[in-house]
Design a protein around this ligand. Structure first.
Ligand SMILES: Cc1cc2nc3c(=O)[nH]c(=O)nc-3n(C[C@H](O)[C@H](O)[C@H](O)COP(=O)(O)OP(=O)(O)OC[C@H]3O[C@@H](n4cnc5c(N)ncnc54)[C@H](O)[C@@H]3O)c2cc1C
Length: 252
């Protein structure tokens, strides 16, 4: 597990930056992406680290700072992106109202939830937990990596499968990337869903991992989902701790 705040010595040193918003866009009914310009800022990071984003002056009971995984890839030059759920907290409301050119304080890069470039991977994403994986897959595609990657991505309703069209495109153009979705509450949506229904379960993970040679497992999402998946990997599938890496999105 990687706590945002400390970094092994071979990672870029975290620093404070003031970065202007380039653009924001809606990804789903509840999720938005924010691109910040790093032009002239020398912000360097590894796929896929995180940042602390501060909106000074925002009067929020939990303060003006939140941690976010970077949903961008280091191969996307000149910008970094975060993708988050827009709740009704003063922080998120202020973030969603930012206009191009408005500035945020960024401290980073942080954390060490990193893509192992030399091993196949099985990626388990719950809801908003897809954010670091989007950056990892973009990076793998842009740098021509050939390791096998398998993503199992579950969301409540189909319209909350954030980055779905981009992930589909990436998997069509990269034969080594396979993307599979599941929806846990299809009846709560007006969007027709004919795919898999239910949470990510042991049999599904097992069948996905079996053809791969000693894959690494990555899990990202809200704490409840991450704990469930990591427990399952360890105790039911006997995956050693060294082969499991996870990022918990605390704070929801
Ligand atoms: C490493 C990491 C990566 C993350 N990446 C993402 C990401 O990519 N996208 C994303 O959407 N979110 C991400 N998060 C979660 C994000 O930092 C926020 O916590 C989350 O977005 C909720 O913010 P909010 O303003 O909507 O909610 P709020 O409810 O205001 O929560 C904001 C903060 O208040 C604190 N808090 C709230 N209620 C309590 C309570 N009852 N007791 C103690 N503390 C409380 C939490 O610690 C939290 O930090 C990440 C978190 C971590 C740690």
């Amino acid at each position: 597990m990687h706590v945002v705040g400390g970094s092994p010595p071979d990672l870029p040193r975290p620093q404070r930056f003031v970065l202007p918003l380039l653009e924001s866009r809606r990804e789903s009914p509840t999720v938005m992406t924010f691109d910040f310009s790093t032009q002239g800022a020398d912000f360097r990071y590894r796929s896929n680290q995180a940042i602390r984003l501060a909106l000074p002056g925002v009067n929020d009971p939990w303060g003006p700072v939140r941690s976010f995984s970077l949903s961008s890839s280091p191969s996307e030059r000149g910008r970094i992106a975060v993708t988050c759920k827009i709740s009704d907290t003063p922080f998120k409301q202020a973030l969603s109202r930012m206009a191009p050119g408005d500035e945020a304080e960024v401290y980073g890069p942080l954390g060490a939830f990193l893509l192992d470039r030399h091993r196949p991977g099985v990626f388990l994403a719950g809801g908003i937990g897809i954010t670091p994986f989007r950056g990892m897959f973009r990076y793998a595609a842009d740098t021509g990596e050939t390791e096998e990657r398998r993503l199992l991505y579950s969301a409540r309703v189909p319209e909350e499968l954030v980055f779905r069209s981009e992930l589909d495109k990436l998997s069509r153009s990269s034969p080594n990337l396979q993307v599979r979705y599941s929806v846990t509450r299809p009846t709560e949506s007006k969007v027709r869903w004919t795919g898999r229904v239910g949470r990510i379960r042991m049999e599904w993970i097992k069948a996905t991992a079996e053809p791969l040679d000693r894959p690494k497992f990555y899990v990202a999402g809200l704490p409840e989902m991450v704990v469930e998946m990591v427990t399952l990997l360890r105790s039911r599938l006997q995956i050693p701790d060294d082969d499991i890496d996870y990022e918990m999105f605390r704070g929801y």
